[in-house]
Write a protein that binds this ligand. Structure first.
Ligand SMILES: C[S@@+](CC[C@H](N)C(=O)[O-])C[C@H]1O[C@@H](n2cnc3c(N)ncnc32)[C@H](O)[C@@H]1O
Length: 361
């Protein structure tokens, strides 16, 4: 088993984080010299570790159990040629080399310092994959075609270059984030002979850092500007409901995933007390100036109300999408799939390709 045989400590000599987790805001750097026992405990635990080069946080080594989820979807076979996008610490590249042999592995990262640091660490373990500094949105043409492409940074859709560089029957595994996705989706796609790809989302998903550069993404609106928008008091008022997932009485991941499929914008969410001291309730604001603010009524005999303003009625969307989500049987992530058509159009589907429930990316 590669995870037992490839030493993780070689790849994460310095970790940065708050310790103990969630109990402190002060970050510390943990390495063999400063905190030898803690460092070793962290390295060989199932944790996401932030790694540093020259003092600034640059990358992370993913949770080993999440890496295993990716590698299961990747379904590698002896002799297969793999491109990894996001070298980071080099640990995942080492696992791939252990399984396939270094000559079958190419790993690229956009950050030159990370690639420089990963090379000697891989070599220290006896691995010599092809490493390069490159923008993964373009894949890596010099070593194409590949049987497998694995991205360890998240994309809002599958880049064309990856499809072109993948052999028929090959597999792409990538986390999804941005565009229609909250950081949750993880997809494994197989390429058909006609250049189309299809595959399901992993039921448990995976939250990953977005790819740097990549496609043009709108600049996120400032959280402070959106907060003052969401604090509005002069919107249209109507009685409203608060979906169970927002009250924390139901799993939040899949209803929120469903809501995001209807809504490309990144909203900011807030929990605000009412203008007359009413208990805290959800509020949201979108970059186009739309906002919604729920105000709780003191007694159950009066329904809560929502104030909404701007070009769109965000709370209508929240309620409608949750009602539809419930009608569809509360679909978890594993009921979705992604289809890339030969024309290049990409859709998320529910239950099966060609379903009436599909969202173009
Ligand atoms: C979660 S880390 C990778 C973890 C790594 N596979 C490991 O085992 O340590 C994500 C990496 O993606 C890289 N990255 C971000 N945008 C990129 C891009 N456009 N092209 C290539 N790599 C990118 C980051 O520099 C970062 O190192």
């Amino acid at each position: 088993m590669a995870f037992e045989q490839v030493p993780r400590h070689v790849f994460v000599p310095r970790i940065v984080g708050c310790w103990p987790p969630f109990s402190s805001d002060t970050e510390i750097t943990v390495d063999r010299q400063s905190h030898s026992d803690l460092w070793l405990e962290l390295v060989y635990s199932d944790r996401l570790l932030f790694i540093v080069n020259d003092g600034s946080r640059r990358s992370s080594s993913s949770m080993p159990s999440v890496m295993a989820r990716f590698l299961e979807l990747l379904d590698v076979h002896d002799g297969g040629v793999v491109l990894e996008i996001g070298t980071g610490s080099g640990y995942n590249a080492a696992i791939l080399c252990h399984r396939l042999g270094s000559e079958h592995v190419t790993s690229i990262d956009i950050d030159a310092e990370l690639v420089e640091a990963a090379g000697p660490r891989l070599a220290a373990c006896g691995y010599t994959p092809t490493l390069a500094v490159a923008d993964g949105w373009q894949g890596y043409a010099p070593r194409a075609p590949y049987d497998r492409i694995i991205a360890t940074c998240a994309v809002p859709r599958i880049p064309e270059a990856w499809i072109e560089q993948l052999r028929p029957g090959g597999v792409i595994v990538a986390p999804l984030r941005g565009g229609r996705f909250e950081a949750a989706g993880l997809v494994g796609l197989r390429r058909r002979d006609d250049g189309s790809l299809t595959g399901r989302l992993h039921p448990r998903g995976a939250a990953f850092m977005p790819m740097r550069k990549g496609p043009e993404m709108p600049m996120p609106a400032s959280r402070e500007r959106l907060r003052s928008l969401a604090q509005g008091t002069d919107g249209e008022e109507r009685p409203c409901t608060i979906p169970a997932w927002l009250e924390g009485t139901d799993d939040g991941l899949s209803p929120y995933f469903f809501l995001r499929l209807h809504e490309r914008d990144d909203w900011e969410w807030f929990w605000l007390s009412g203008p007359h001291g009413e208990p805290r309730a959800p509020a949201a604001a979108a970059p186009d100036g739309s906002w919604a603010r729920v105000i709780r009524r003191p007694r159950r005999t009066f329904p809560n109300v929502v104030l909404q303003g701007g070009p769109r009625r965000l709370w209508d969307l929240v309620e409608e999408s949750y009602a539809q989500y419930l009608r569809l049987g509360s679909p978890g992530l594993g009921r979705y799939g992604l289809e890339v058509e030969p024309s290049g159009r990409q859709f998320i589907w529910l239950d099966r390709p060609g379903s009436t429930y599909a969202w173009e990316l």
